[in-house]
Design a protein. Structure first.
Length: 444
């Protein structure tokens, strides 16, 4: 009998989406023996048609939910997600379906019908180590001690690799807008608690962006239907939904024995996100502090997601600027950012501004001025927190990055050359310095 897992789970390009889906389908009986029933797959020969999966066990944890009558009674299913709430649900059989765009994960139900996500993780990988660490922490599975990281419900061994089982939650980027300033600040605090927990356990997430932010509600609504889902809107207004961090594909467990107490990583492997990474990458640094880089990544997401609330909650401006600043000695740690954000919450509580429509796409964090419409006395009071990007040096670096092909690489190689030139004399004189210290000790 051949191996069940016939490909390298750590190689993202070794198999196609359809090959992955065929693999999952072949594992159906294996998972059923362990109490998980995979969604039924529908795969098309035409690569332009997206395959989809449908749940097989009718399941309704909210029997009193009635969208048409606007009755939203629902008990908290934590750590599982709230479900349903569509006005125009294509299905009335309590089954759920969704498109499968990558095949990197599969959806299933446990023996009680609860919906989960299963991910294949390469044995011995950084993700394997991190998920085992998270699975060993019971506080991540309890509502009262939850730190906004997707819970790991189970880890199933298979041929030297692991299947990680997590509750099925939903992506946030097609979501109903966070409805009030207070809810926005609460979500900021949730995510900073998650990042603080990761950094206290020396986990560098490395990929903090919309696709890895999940929320504890899903339905059959598509990309256009979810923003008008009234149940999600109600749950957000009640403060029942939590935005969490997920997906540790690119993460690194920076154990002190291997990386030292203050780890540094080469910048060429830093950017896994998109056009506007943190300033360390934009400015062509040679290496970087991974924990400060994580803070900047989350600050960039805050800038993209919450710029529109600055006029109502001005303290968001100094928070974001201190998270993304190019002055690395001034940049917040995750714990400092969390403490600052918790101080913002009382200023947002009770504000009655309602955000009913999704905010227009804002300028990139490095191209916007969060302070421009704020009162002068506030700007003066918090001037030290404002990131000044007007210097000739920073404008020159920005010009090279945005307008000169490979301009940032040129800055990087220049910095690397200067570092090498400065290192040679230290390398040459180091033996003499050590000999001098030895002589001094003997004399004294």
């Amino acid at each position: 009998m051949g191996n069940l897992i016939w490909f390298d789970p750590g190689d993202r390009h070794s198999v196609t989406t359809n090959q992955l889906l065929v693999f999952w389908d072949s594992m159906r009986e294996w998972f059923a023996e362990r109490g998980y029933h995979l969604y039924r797959l529908t795969i098309f020969d035409d690569p332009c048609i997206v395959p989809y999966a449908t749940s097989t066990i009718p399941y309704n944890p909210h029997p009193r939910l009635n969208v048409r009558k606007k009755e939203f009674e629902a008990e908290d299913p934590f750590p599982y997600a709230y479900m349903g709430g569509d006005y125009h649900n294509k299905r009335d059989d309590d089954l759920y379906e969704l498109g499968l765009y990558t095949g990197r994960v599969m959806f299933a139900q446990d023996t009680e019908g609860r919906h989960v996500v299963i991910k294949l993780v390469k044995g011995g990988s950084e993700e394997d180590k991190i998920l085992h660490l998270l699975a060993s922490r019971p506080e991540l599975k309890k509502r009262e001690t939850f730190t906004a990281i997707i819970p790991i419900l189970d880890l199933l061994p298979c041929e030297g690799h692991w299947f990680a089982v997590m509750p099925r939650w939903d992506i946030t980027w097609n979501s109903v807008p966070f409805p009030t300033p207070e809810v926005c600040v609460q979500q900021i605090i949730f995510l900073l608690k998650a990042l603080t927990f990761l950094h206290e356990n020396r986990i560098f997430h490395h990929d903090l962006c919309s696709r890895n932010m999940l929320i504890n509600h899903f339905s059959n609504a598509g990309l256009l239907g979810m923003p008008i889902n009234p149940f999600r809107k109600h749950l957000l207004q009640q403060g029942a939904l939590v935005c969490v961090l997920s997906d540790f594909d690119f993460s690194i467990l920076l154990d002190e024995e291997r990386y030292g107490p203050n780890p540094r990583l080469g910048i060429l492997g830093a950017d896994v996100i998109g056009d506007f990474p943190p300033f360390e990458t934009l400015h062509g640094h040679v290496d970087y502090d991974p924990f400060k880089y994580d803070v900047a990544l989350l600050g960039i997401w805050f800038s993209d997601t919450f710029q529109h609330i600055v006029k109502d909650v001005p303290l968001i401006a100094p928070l974001i600027d201190r998270m993304v600043t190019s002055r690395l000695d001034k940049r917040f740690t995750a714990k400092e950012a969390l403490s600052f954000a918790e101080g913002i919450l009382p200023t947002a509580a009770g504000l009655r501004t309602l955000y009913t429509d999704r905010a227009p796409r804002p300028p990139a964090y490095c191209e916007t001025d969060l302070w421009k419409d704020l009162p002068d006395d506030f700007v003066n009071q918090w001037a030290d927190y404002r990131d000044d990007r007007s210097s000739l040096y920073l404008r020159f670096l920005y010009y090279l990055n945005r307008h000169v092909p490979y301009g940032t690489y040129g800055v990087y190689f220049f910095r690397l050359t200067v570092r090498a030139i400065l290192f040679v004399p230290r390398l040459f004189f180091r033996p003499f310095a050590a000999f001098s210290r030895l002589l001094v000790r003997r004399v004294t």
